[in-house]
Ligand binder design. Structure first.
Ligand SMILES: NC(=O)c1ccc[n+]([C@@H]2O[C@H](COP(=O)([O-])OP(=O)(O)OC[C@H]3O[C@@H](n4cnc5c(N)ncnc54)[C@H](OP(=O)(O)O)[C@@H]3O)[C@@H](O)[C@H]2O)c1
Length: 302
């Protein structure tokens, strides 16, 4: 009986998953992107603009956003907002609506890499700052733009990461944030449905941006990187990641994963995560990297 019910529910889910909703073309839509000054945010803004979208470029430094807006020309405007400030985001959302007449799509993208320390040794402010930007920044972005998205029956894409389910060793605040972002996206998907709006999440592997370079700048983080098969840490281009996200928005997809290897790892995550935790637990280089990070944290700063 229980099995019958489970199979019936699973069958309905599969049927819905293979039924494509009408395409949500980006042409003419207004796309609000945080962290648009560089990296994935800037690339996504450029690619969305090529698809005919008007782009609200949001970030904490106005000058590079204005440069990008000037480069893109008509249909692009810059708005200053630090995602740690609900007030600034609210102002940016209000100004974007005033400029473009509304907001159709939100891409909560702004993010930072944490310092490579353990939970025991990381500076408490650094831990909390990462969560403040990477998790609460996305929540604040959603909250500030939701009225406009509901009005337009639009779509919200939260920029997650494989760290939503990868082990967060030496990157705990980042992994904690991305796991939280996953929950936020799934919750929104259900809560927005009755309003005709949608939400999704991007599970991205490593991308060739400053953030990935920063994350692996120190030797301890490099050891973690070397403990997992090379295919999982090879960087994809920022343009490929941007296009994957925009394609997903145009399908109103609940999730998108890129590059291709992320998908099976995500689908079989209970196995993936158990194997990954076990590998990290028993890898001598990883354990050495953790000890090194602990020792480094005890050294007085020169
Ligand atoms: N790179 C990867 O391997 C990778 C993998 C998976 C997921 N992601 C996710 O992709 C997103 C973008 O990362 P990225 O690789 O493009 O990083 P990036 O090149 O370092 O760019 C990050 C952007 O976020 C902005 N930002 C940082 N803190 C902010 C704040 N408090 N308020 C407003 N804007 C802020 C930065 O502004 P400034 O220019 O002013 O610093 C910058 O424009 C992040 O959510 C990240 O977690 C990245």
């Amino acid at each position: 009986m229980i099995l019958d019910d489970a199979l019936r529910l699973a069958g309905r889910t599969v049927a819905r998953a293979v039924t494509r909703p009408p395409r949500y073309d980006l042409e003419g839509r207004v796309v609000f992107i945080t962290g648009a000054a560089r990296g994935l945010g800037a690339a996504t803004a450029r690619r969305a603009h090529v698809r005919g979208a008007r782009v609200a470029l949001v970030g904490r430094r106005l000058a590079p956003l204005q440069e990008l807006a000037a480069e893109l020309g008509s249909g692009a405007a810059a708005f200053e907002a630090d995602v740690t400030s609900a007030e600034q985001l609210q102002q940016a959302a209000t100004d974007a609506v005033a400029t473009f007449g509304g907001i159709d799509v939100v891409i909560a993208n702004a993010g930072i890499a944490p310092p490579s320390h353990t939970v025991a040794t990381i500076d408490t402010d650094a831990f909390e700052r990462t969560v403040d930007v990477d998790l609460l920044g996305q929540w604040r972005t959603v909250r500030a733009t939701l009225p406009a998205v509901l009005e337009s029956r639009g779509h919200i894409l939260l920029v997650g990461s494989i760290y939503a389910f990868f082990n967060g060793v030496l990157a705990a605040p980042y992994a904690v944030s991305k796991a939280g972002v996953e929950q936020l996206a799934r919750t929104l998907r259900v809560e927005l449905a009755s309003h005709g709006a949608t939400a999704g999440i991007a599970y991205l592997g490593f991308i060739d941006t400053d953030l990935a370079a920063d994350a692996f700048a120190d030797a301890s983080a490099q050891a973690i990187r070397q403990a997992v098969p090379r295919v999982f840490t090879r960087e994809m281009t920022v343009t490929a990641a941007a296009d994957a996200m925009l394609d997903a928005i145009e399908r109103r997809a609940p999730q998108v994963s890129a590059p291709a290897w992320v998908r099976p790892l995500l689908a079989f995550r209970s196995v993936t995560t158990a194997v990954m935790d076990d590998v990290l637990l028993h890898n001598r280089n990883v354990q050495t990297a953790i000890s090194d990070a602990e020792v480094a944290a005890r050294q007085p700063e020169s």
